[in-house]
Design a binder for this molecule. Structure first.
Ligand code: MF3
Ligand code: CO
Ligand code: CO
Length: 264
């Protein structure tokens, strides 16, 4: 069953998602060579607690950390560690989740570390665009797989591949609720979308093969061919019109904030 959220629930989900979107931006500000993923994780946890939430990932099926930090050929679920230090030319996918007043926020993005290769730059761009294409399909009357199909079509048009083994999901009082949202498939299949459904859409896109494997740590998913992977995720609410993107940072993100500081 796909839960339909009341307007009050949607506003709490927006608060939860807005908080993680803002924190993700603050983490992105710190991405540079020499920073460890442990350091980013500790900052994320501190900011989540300060916002009166708790990390949604920590303890989830035994996951030990607040964020997932996945570098280069790592697709998702990279475990932050003091021994993983960012280097020029890396790409890093950060996924962050919060439980706030009983509702979950979940968002992710991939960032360059300094100068990166042309292939990695295109991979990030195409993955971000594929999320937008998916979100555009999230409308009343469309069916679930219209999202999946739009993501896949965009990715494959650009010569990349979509991961099959991980999917997007409904989100609400639990991080992972029905329905599962694959990033591939034929259009016009599955449930019809209705106002009040809340979905976490999250394409994971590989430069080479779509095949992945999980490392011995039982979490880190990597591409089988060792080529890079990118991941973007937004939590959205279906409305009568365009999807309502809940995981947008508050007005005046990083850049505007510093301007505000200048203005005093
Ligand atoms: N946030 C991930 C997702 O987008 C799930 C993370 S699994 C965890 O669905 F164990 F790290 F929490
Ligand atoms: Co996520
Ligand atoms: Co998710």
């Amino acid at each position: 069953m796909i839960v339909i959220r009341s307007p009050e629930e949607l506003e709490t989900l927006r608060e939860a998602n807005r908080i993680v979107a803002r924190i993700l931006q603050e983490l992105a500000d710190d991405i540079k060579p020499g920073i460890s993923t442990e350091w980013l994780d500790q900052k994320a946890e501190r900011l989540i607690l300060k916002a009166h939430g708790r990390p949604a990932f920590k303890g989830y099926r035994g996951y030990p950390k607040t964020i997932c930090a996945s570098l280069n050929e790592q697709v998702v679920h990279g475990i932050p560690s003091p021994s993983v230090v960012l280097r020029e030319g890396d790409i890093i996918s950060i996924d962050i989740g919060i439980v706030y007043r009983g509702y979950v926020g979940d968002t992710a993005a991939t960032y360059p570390v300094g100068e990166i290769s042309e292939e990695k730059r295109r991979l990030i761009q195409v993955t971000r665009e594929s999320l937008c294409k998916g979100i555009k399909q999230a409308r009343v009357g469309k069916r679930l797989s219209d999202i999946s199909h739009a993501v896949q079509a965009h990715v494959e048009k650009h010569g990349f591949s979509v991961v099959r083994d991980f999917v997007g999901h409904g989100i609400g009082q639990q991080m992972h609720e029905e329905p599962q949202i694959p990033n591939f498939g034929r259009p016009n299949q599955g449930p019809r979308l209705e106002t009040g459904m809340v979905l976490a859409i999250e394409p994971m896109v590989n430069a080479g093969t779509y095949e992945v494997k999980v490392l011995d740590d039982r979490w880190t998913a990597v591409t089988k061919d060792g080529r890079p992977s990118a991941h973007f995720e937004h939590s959205i609410a279906v409305t009568n019109g365009e999807a309502d993107i809940l995981s947008l940072p508050p007005e005046g993100g990083t850049a505007a904030r510093s301007v505000t500081h200048v203005r005093g």
